[in-house]
Write a protein that binds this ligand. Structure first.
Ligand code: PLP
Length: 395
């Protein structure tokens, strides 16, 4: 197997444009993790010398994540098994802790399922009332709508920093300010935002924020929740007193050390990384629009879009058909739809921004990353042109 220039993927014949789903582990991160798998295996809760070593590694990692997110104190970071758990923990944990003050929660209609399903759980099982804010055609929540939907019994607002499908970056600072003025707890799912832009919890004014390591070349199955100190939370797992009694369970030390290594690299390289990826994304969009007819860009143009995201609708074609054809050429992309029980379901995000369901099923998401280069984009475009031409000729 050949090694790629970025030492990221082990095979040059793979054309990976699905970085919003996950990213390859960086070699530097893998090296750190191997040391933990082999030698630093002790449980950080153990009092002996080896346990202390692991505990020190976890606390160093906590400081590293705090630094990445601009948190004032390391103890404001709670390690979780990923973005999904961080979202579940904060939404259910806050709802349960503050239910006596009210049972109304506000979110948006384009959140990740980890947020939407947590909200639905509270609706179904614990009698909470939900308001799902509509978004405009580019996926933006209107701060005026947020103001209007606040009630006396609203205890939580949860709105994602950036959308995983169409890349829309919300005006989180403004939205969090509205929450603050009304004394309402504000959480943001920043799983997609953190890898692509500077996210500073103090600057944004959020009370809580979710992040996941595998979206920035770290390991899968580890993430973190930032929770401003002094805020109560009902833990969602019963067990030991790990993570200051906010998240029970033996810590995934190897994953946490890997996440810290990936965070450090991200923090140090964010500006150059984003510049590179944005240039590739813009090159892709420019070429695609000049060489393929009848396509539209889903989500916003310009600054308020994640640097790595291009989501396109190919008029008259099924996104899934494009995906499968490209996959035959070792090209990995994604659609907003998922094939469930033989029928194709439509993405709730595309439905929220599109006029009709048919065009939502014609969308393909391309998300770029560190291991991509211009020659790979050229290969992608050449094959995309062939695929679209071929599929359209069958009509
Ligand atoms: N939130 C967003 C916006 C995501 O894109 C994802 C993953 O795709 C998650 C949450 C879930 O994160 P994890 O895969 O770490 O559970």
């Amino acid at each position: 197997m050949k090694e790629d220039k970025n030492q990221m993927l082990n095979n040059n014949e793979i054309y990976y444009f699905d970085h919003a789903s996950t990213t390859p582990l960086r070699k530097e991160v893998k090296t750190v993790m191997e040391e933990f798998y082999s030698n630093k295996f002790a449980n950080p809760a153990s009092s002996h010398f080896l346990g202390e070593k692991s505990e020190r590694a976890v606390e160093n990692a906590r400081e590293e994540i705090a630094l990445l997110l601009g948190a004032n104190k390391a103890e404001e970071i709670i390690f979780t098994s990923g973005g999904t758990e961080a979202d579940n923990l904060i939404i259910k944990g806050i709802a349960m802790a503050y239910a006596e003050q009210g049972k109304h929660i506000i979110t948006s209609s384009i959140e990740h399922p980890a947020v939407i399903e947590s909200c639905k759980y509270l609706e179904k099982h614990l009698g909470f009332k939900l308001s799902y804010l509509e978004v405009d055609q580019e996926g933006f929540v209107n701060p005026k709508d947020l103001k209007k939907s606040i009630r006396d019994d609203t205890i939580l607002i949860t709105i994602m920093t950036a959308n995983n499908e169409i890349g829309t970056v919300q005006a989180i600072k403004e939205l969090a300010e509205i929450a603050g003025e009304n004394n309402i707890f504000f959480h943001s799912d920043a799983v997609q935002a953190v890898p692509q832009m500077q996210v500073d919890v103090e600057e944004l004014g959020v009370d809580a924020l979710s992040v996941s390591a595998h979206k920035f070349n770290g390991p899968k199955g580890v993430g973190a929740l930032y929770l401003k100190s002094g805020i109560k939370l009902i833990p969602q797992q019963s067990g030991g007193s790990q993570e200051r009694k906010r998240r029970a369970g033996s810590l995934n030390v190897t994953g946490i050390a890997g996440m810290a290594a990936a965070s450090k690299l991200l923090r140090e390289e964010l500006v150059t990384k984003v510049k590179k990826i944005k240039a590739l994304r813009d090159y892709f969009i420019k070429r695609v629009f000049s060489e393929i007819d009848n396509i539209t860009l889903n989500g916003p143009e310009g600054e308020n879009r994640l640097a790595n995201n291009a989501n396109l609708t190919f008029e008259g074609l099924a996104g899934e058909a494009i995906l499968y054809n490209l996959s035959l050429k070792k090209i990995a992309v994604s659609t907003g739809s998922a094939c469930a029980s033989g029928s194709i379901s439509t993405s709730h995000v595309l439905k929220a921004i599109s006029a009709d369901e048919k065009s939502a099923k014609s969308a393909v998401r391309f998300t770029f990353g560190l291991a991509n280069d211009k020659s790979q984009i050229d290969y992608l475009i050449d094959n995309l042109k062939d695929t679209v031409r071929h599929l359209r000729s069958l009509k």
